[in-house]
Design a binder for this molecule. Sequence first.
Ligand code: NAD
Length: 483
Amino acid sequence: MSKTKITVAYGDGIGPDIMQATLDILYAAGAQIETDVIEIGEKVYLKGITSGIEPSAWDSLRETKVFLKSPITTPQGGGFKSLNVTTRKSLGLYANVRPCRAFSPFVKTNHPKTDMVIIRENEEDLYAGIEHRQTDEVYQCLKLISRPGSEKIIRYAFEYAKKYGRKKVTCMSKDNIMKLSDGLFHKVFDEIAQEYPEIETNHMIIDIGSAMIADRPETLDVIVTLNLYGDIISDIAAQITGSVGLGGSANVGQEVAMFEAIHGSAPDIAGKDIANPSGLLNGAVMMLVHIGQPEIAEKVSNAWMKTLEDGMHTADIYQEGLSKKKVGTKEFAQEVIKRLGQVPQTMTPAKFDQGADSSFTIKLKERKKAKKELVGVDVFIDWDKDNRDPNVLGDQLAQINLNGLKLKMITNRGVKVYPGGMKETFCTDHWRCRFTKADGGSINNATVIELLSKIDSMQLDAIKTENLYTFDGQLGYSLGQGE
Ligand code: NAD
């Protein structure tokens, strides 16, 4: 078998130790890999490169398309960008795959039957990083959800379930509140579910979904969710399986895939040879399957489980009475190497099919573009006068009428305060003033510009606008509370 070239980064903190342990095991198992080492993380940040990765490192990733990465330390303080977010977004790694499995009784957990996979959307949502301070009091972070982005990750989750013999896919969102953005994700999920009748599906609001992960994880199989929720629930899931030191994760795109441990660089135990290398090793097992070496992946995974069964435990999972020996990072790796070729006796041995690759070719469904019509505009105004009495602002704006474009209402943090607001509603200095067109009125972007100029001439500070559209006649915006 020819060797597959992979890009490797040793990272910071415990990174170098766990990477060495992992590579030692992979080579001993006969993995056909050749490494190209790149520098990332703290040293690069401290050279003044705010992304934490040398420009030349991208060439290696473009060439190998496979990245085995140790955790890195992001220095405290302003200006440093998260390397993980940069890598995921720059390389289009849209799917974050995190298997969460219990290894009871060898690793202590209250949920011994846990065996789920969280598939998290990796590129969109609040992680677009588009934030603005708009007034003295109000800050905004934009949540962007796209149809192709949702479709890609949801299709990925179903393809994954199919290929890995999983029975159920659960979608988690908060579409009872965010009816348009999370609503789109849920809707796309329902559409795509139709194409996989052999797989059971359901949807949970993320609150109860998280509670189920914490309390009855054995009822869950594959979970697909948006970026932020996925970030949070995957840590809950890792925690309940017994140790954050165990979980591996894959970040997969159409071209490139990155494999890592879910934990960070653990500076508190760096350089002590006590870190558990299992998280990165489990990430590396996913990588072996991805590069078409499933039999080596099985060999490593089985030897690793046998090592746990034999009670060779690092400090983070050591249990008095059950563990046989407390081992360090290097010794743990040696114990795994000794067991290559053996299979676990209690736990189910690993089985990875040839072709159980983690990057599926995802084809998006063709669809007709909807007809878009401008029907109004929300103008956001920074206003802190007249004891913030909404009636003063409202009565002033109500004088405007441009081709039938008139003030409909004002909200403050989403709650209607004009006309007919309640005096108890607390108001900030950030007012959303909704102008809509009357029946028969005709407006376009020029009307919006005219409106802004009119508002400016009233000595009011318009800080942003958001056009209101219908798409094929359906509202493309949410109504205010009380509208
Ligand atoms: P952490 O995951 O590094 O550590 C949390 C706790 O878990 C610590 O007590 C640590 O000792 C323990 N722990 C983690 N991995 C372990 C292992 N393999 N074996 C035994 N114990 C282990 O989280 P943190 O302390 O919040 O973050 C430390 C640094 O890591 C920060 O700079 C953070 O930005 C970075 N980080 C990097 C990544 C990444 O590169 N993927 C992910 C998360 C955090």
